[in-house]
Ligand binder design. Sequence first.
Ligand SMILES: [Zn+2]
Length: 289
Amino acid sequence: MTAIIFVLGLAVGSFLNAYIWRLHAMTDSRGLSGQLAADHRLPRIWEGRSMCPKCRKTLRWLELIPLVSFIIQLGRCRGCKARIDIQYPLVELATGILFVLSVWNLSSHGGPASGGEIGIWDLFRISDFGFRILPQWYLLAVLVILFVYDLRFGLVPDRVVLPAILIAFLYGMIRPGQINQLSMIHNSLFMILATTVGAGFFALQYYLSKGRWLGAGDIRIGALMGAMLGFPLIFEGLAVSYFIGGAVGIGLLAAGRKRFGETLPLGTFLTVGAAIAFLYGQELWNWYF
Ligand SMILES: [Zn+2]
């Protein structure tokens, strides 16, 4: 079962790679990345076959197997021997791992057979598990896109983050499993609180610094984090993000890769913090307190 989920995650990761490039080609073709975008330009996000950005060779199915093709071809295009961007296998691997972790995580929290082995059909069954796994995968996939996008292009695409905030919010409202009016009102109040904390934390910094410390996109990621984590886990998500951001920042300073004061993409760290707190928030919380 784990292997099947992992392979599914790899395939979704492969789609996310294509989505990231095509979204970028569609929405931003200015500046330094203009040529890069033109290389990857395709008519629509859902149309067109994948090709090598260098020699424009259309890729056959054998060259499109997630992770495997990259390893077999030693990270190079079979046509022109150009290096394949390391983003491809890394995104595929990350998505595969996140999908597996979310299934393990859900099954350990009262899965379909209350702790028993999950079968492939549990994914499609109308059960608490089947109901929760797809929104979880969607939200984790969104975090992967936002991670790469902010790291590469320094942008947070609205068309990815805005629907995700809405879905995370709806998902959070019915999270505990019992769907009745009282719990939904109770949950939505806490969700509004968490989303306000997440967005407000960055909005405040944005207005205080007049946009110099962070971008408006970080406010949206903050809102997404709040909607995904709820209250009070939003505080944990923020703390984990800043801890990781600080650790990586110090590491880069020490390695001489960055000078002090150079900005690191905040959104990238926020997505990592959000993913960790989303999957293991409660465990971390219990361990810490
Ligand atoms: Zn090529």
